[in-house]
Design a binder for this molecule. Structure first.
Ligand SMILES: *[C@@H]1O[C@H](CO)[C@@H](O)[C@H](O)[C@H]1NC(C)=O
Ligand SMILES: *[C@@H]1O[C@H](CO)[C@@H](O)[C@H](O)[C@H]1NC(C)=O
Ligand SMILES: *[C@@H]1O[C@H](CO)[C@@H](O)[C@H](O)[C@H]1NC(C)=O
Ligand SMILES: *[C@@H]1O[C@H](CO)[C@@H](O)[C@H](O)[C@H]1NC(C)=O
Length: 693
């Protein structure tokens, strides 16, 4: 079984609401990632029909889900804020473990000691000529009748985890979405950010990248706010789904994955560790003090920033007063002291043991810890997982669980309508087939597939290059075929005090049928991966993705003296391997139709090994140049936006370097990266075709 992903994770969530353009792919992420249910489903006999006709077990699974128990799980998990490392999150772990044990699956809790970050002191004040100084309260307000009013006091004060401690008093500069290109634009306009406090809004890139970009531009501190235009475009909670005036998106700014004291290795008992000071001086840390603020506070600051009027695509708020670049005359005094400390967190692991090949696993998991109550992020996923586990337990009593196994992960999150999926490409067809068997939770005459097709997701199936999500370690570090699914996408109250059960009940999933649909889809995919004699992987989509990626690269290197022919050749080899394995699979199926005997188990094992290990072959021991944790050479986060997924990231990084320093060495480095990618694709072709590697 692959090692659980340790430590601090900022997993990806997706959520805008009905009028969808809100926060972009507001990755839902969390600190460490507790929950991980490993399920091997297997037994000693197999089904006679070939997929995709739904088996008796699949139909049984689809008929078992209950919206009432899903709602009860979510309610219990979100009864109070449960930040990673707190007693409340340990209680949530106990709830998960008790539920899984009550389904009589073998369950255990595993503890890890990891470096987490909490706020010890925060203050932010604003002064400007002829104005009284404003001291911001930095507090998210509850509303009249809020049933969570008392426990809200347990929520962590608004902060950006891992921001540097320090005090800065300097003029404010407006930096739009805080992207690298926004700071480049300021520089081109002659607006000096050096020593200033950069004020940027959420919504386009990972918050850790906003702070790093500000630091790289010379800023002494950063303030990130949620702009009303993006996060409060309609009625605000509790009257509507949008972010209330004092709502703040909190979250991590660490760009690495896992425990910062164990950057390239597992965070296990007695292992080698960096000191806290060493971990905090890593380049993956933001390096300057920073605080998040509400849209109301953001507006107050922007009203006092003068200078030239910023362009149209930098404007926001209600549009009444134009946003200007600064610097000043507004002066921000930001003081932040972080408490970086080693704490204990837990994974809950439950195993449904297989009868055949019990050493192979299908892993279903999502994190459990939340920045506040976590009703959408992450516990809608946890509630679905517990619901699914209950269904599997009934199934087991009704008959037997079956089949060989492979590896995959997933983590549905529910908020609003629409179905979204990302996967490594050999799983595309499986997802489409499974979604045709699940009902659209909001329209009984349609399937989840119909909902998916009408959700306008572009591309239809995303890829798993985005950083610091629950799937990151599985795909990007060790190369395991994986899936990430969600019903609903970005949601405005993401990582704020208002991501609670009431929000879910009123706006996210009022009848909890979306939770059930997610559990059904998740379970069906897991069941087919574990049940079927031959893994339901289709690599021809992978070949197409590799070709499309190569087209993208060829556009980017146009006019540069580099050759893509090694890459094209390796993709051709990969196509040939796909054809070879396809004809072997056809031969096995023909045999199965005409023969009363089972397929030769050694042949089956051989083909499954090859199908499973092909993904592993896309990884490289050295990893990406300058980013050695990222071993997968096909998918990784883009350098300046951890939420963004790149194809051939190593080649992309090298092209970016050439744009900065156009030297012959940097051109050579593009060629070198092309060769490296070609080598792993050739390697994958050899593994898939069963050649000598
Ligand atoms: C830091 O956090 C730890 C763990 O929550 C706590 O025990 C300690 O008192 C905190 N220290 C400060 C200075 O806040
Ligand atoms: C900034 O705020 C801090 C904390 O409130 C205070 O100690 C400090 O004197 C202030 N600095 C300036 C220059 O006003
Ligand atoms: C449900 O789906 C059917 C078939 O696609 C469609 O005709 C109908 O309008 C949908 N109903 C609602 C309420 O969206
Ligand atoms: C479950 O669904 C039924 C039928 O749609 C509905 O009446 C009930 O209120 C739902 N339960 C919850 C907890 O939403």
């Amino acid at each position: 079984m692959p090692p659980p992903q340790d430590g601090v994770d900022d997993s990806a969530a997706r959520v805008p609401l009905l009028p969808p353009p809100a926060p972009r792919r507001a990755a839902v992420r969390l600190h460490p990632l507790p929950l991980l249910i490993a399920a091997t489903l297997a037994a000693s006999y197999r089904l006679l029909f070939l997929a995709p006709a739904p088996s008796y077990y699949q139909s049984l699974l689809l008929s078992l889900g209950s919206n009432d128990t899903a709602a009860a799980h979510l309610h219990a998990l979100t009864i109070r804020p449960h930040l990673a490392g707190t007693g409340a999150n340990a209680l949530a772990a106990a709830h998960v473990a008790a539920t899984l044990s009550s389904h009589s699956f073998r369950t255990r809790l595993t503890s890890y000691s990891v470096l987490l970050s909490y706020p010890a002191y925060r203050s932010l004040s604003l002064s400007a000529p002829d104005r009284d100084t404003v001291l911001f309260a930095l507090k998210q307000e509850t509303y009249a009748g809020d049933p969570y009013e008392a426990v809200s006091a347990e929520a962590v004060p608004t902060f950006l985890a891992y921001a540097a401690s320090g005090s800065v008093s300097a003029e404010a500069v407006y930096a739009n979405y805080g992207r690298a290109e926004d700071f480049a634009y300021l520089a081109a306009r002659g607006i000096d950010v050096t020593g200033k406090v950069a004020v940027a809004r959420y919504g386009e890139v990972f918050r850790g990248d906003i702070v790093r970009n500000a630091r790289d531009a010379g800023a002494a501190a950063a303030v990130i706010y949620s702009d009303a235009k993006d996060y409060a475009a309609g009625k605000t909670f509790p009257d509507g789904p949008w972010m209330p005036p004092t709502g703040v998106q909190v979250g991590s700014t660490f760009k690495g994955v896992g425990d910062p004291t164990t950057p390239m290795w597992a965070s296990s008992e007695g292992c080698e560790r960096l000191t806290i000071a060493e971990a905090m001086s890593s380049d993956d840390m933001p390096g300057i003090p920073a605080l998040p603020v509400s849209w109301k506070d953001g507006e107050t600051i922007l009203q006092l920033i003068g200078g030239d009027v910023a362009p149209e695509d930098w404007q926001g708020g209600d549009g009444a007063a134009a946003y200007r670049f600064g610097p000043g005359p507004a002066v921000l005094n930001l003081t932040y002291t972080g408490n970086e400390t080693m704490v204990t967190i837990q994974n809950v692991i439950s195993v449904i043991e297989g009868g055949e090949e019990p050493e192979r696993y299908v892993i279903l998991g999502n994190h459990r810890d939340a920045w506040t109550f976590g009703a959408v992020d992450p516990n809608s996923g946890t509630a679905s997982l517990l619901e699914l586990n209950g269904c599997l337990s009934c199934k087991r009593r009704a008959g037997d669980l079956d089949g060989p196994s492979s590896c995959a992960t997933g983590m549905p999150k529910m908020a609003g309508h629409g179905f979204y999926a990302s996967a490594t490409p050999q799983l595309d067809e499986l997802l489409k087939e499974a979604s045709k068997q699940v009902q659209n939770p909001d329209n009984g005459t349609q399937s989840l597939y119909d909902l998916w097709m009408s959700s306008n997701s572009s591309p239809l199936i995303g890829r798993l290059g985005g950083g610091s999500s629950d799937y990151s370690a599985f795909v990007q570090h060790i190369g395991i075929p994986s899936v990430d699914m969600a019903i609903g996408s970005d949601y405005p109250v993401y990582h704020s005090l208002y991501d609670d059960f009431i929000w879910m009940e009123k706006f996210g999933d009022p009848l909890f049928q979306r939770h059930v649909a997610a559990a059904s889809m998740w379970g069906l995919v897991a069941l087919r991966l574990s049940d079927e004699e031959i893994l339901p992987f289709n690599y021809s989509n992978y070949a197409t993705e590799l070709e499309n990626g190569a087209l993208g690269i060829s556009e980017r290197v146009q006019g540069m003296p580099v050759s893509l022919s090694p890459l094209h050749k390796s993709i051709k080899e990969f196509r040939k391997a796909v054809a070879k394995v396809d004809s072997e699979l056809k031969a096995l199926q023909t045999w199965k139709i005409w023969s009363p005997w089972r397929n030769n188990p050694l042949k089956v094992r051989d083909i499954n090994d090859r199908l499973m290990m092909t993904e592993r072959a896309f990884t490289d021991r050295e990893g990406l140049s300058g980013r050695p944790w990222y071993k997968h050479l096909i998918y990784a986060p883009s350098l300046h936006n951890d939420y963004g997924a790149e194809v051939y990231p190593g080649i992309g990084d090298a092209i970016e370097r050439v744009k900065k320093t156009n030297t012959s060495e940097s051109l050579q480095s593009i060629q070198h990266e092309i060769y490296r990618v070609s080598r792993v694709i050739n390697q994958a072709a050899l593994v898939l075709s069963g050649g000598l590697t």
